[in-house]
Design a protein around this ligand. Structure first.
Ligand code: HEC
Length: 103
């Protein structure tokens, strides 16, 4: 019985640390690539010409980044920025999706 308990704990801890690794990677890339300078801290934009990203759907964010990368969606800033997020689309999107859009 005790053994099962330890296995369960180990499982929960591993799952949790993998999850938080993706988020901290996303957070690090979001600030390192300068996304925050336009889209605001935690994805909450203070500039009405720039959309907020906090709380947006993960798959939707990834799709938008891919559209900007391919040029299917045109915006001079984002066509330059999106390629820099290559390889980190999902971790950035996951980080943004769990940010509170309010506050
Ligand atoms: C120089 C300012 C600037 C920077 C830096 C920037 N963005 Fe953007 N971003 C914009 C603008 C402006 C738009 C709106 C484009 C449009 O109207 O089509 C946008 C749109 C987006 C969208 C779609 C949002 C929507 O509501 O349609 C996503 C997702 C996004 N940016 C992610 C990022 C990520 C991730 C980074 C960092 C790699 C980044 N942006 C860096 C200015 C910027």
């Amino acid at each position: 019985m005790k053994k099962i308990f330890y296995i369960l704990i180990a499982f929960v801890l591993t799952t949790f640390s993998i999850g938080s690794f993706a988020n901290s990677e996303g957070e690090a890339m979001y600030s390192a690539l300068g996304c925050a300078s336009c889209h605001g801290a935690n994805g909450r934009s203070n500039d009405e010409s720039i959309p907020s990203l906090a709380g947006k759907d993960v798959e939707w964010i990834i799709l938008q980044l891919e559209y900007f990368q391919s040029g299917e969606r045109e915006n001079s800033y984002m066509n330059a920025m999106a390629p820099m997020a290559a390889g980190f689309e999902r971790s950035i999107a996951e980080y943004l999706s769990i940010q509170d859009p309010q506050r």
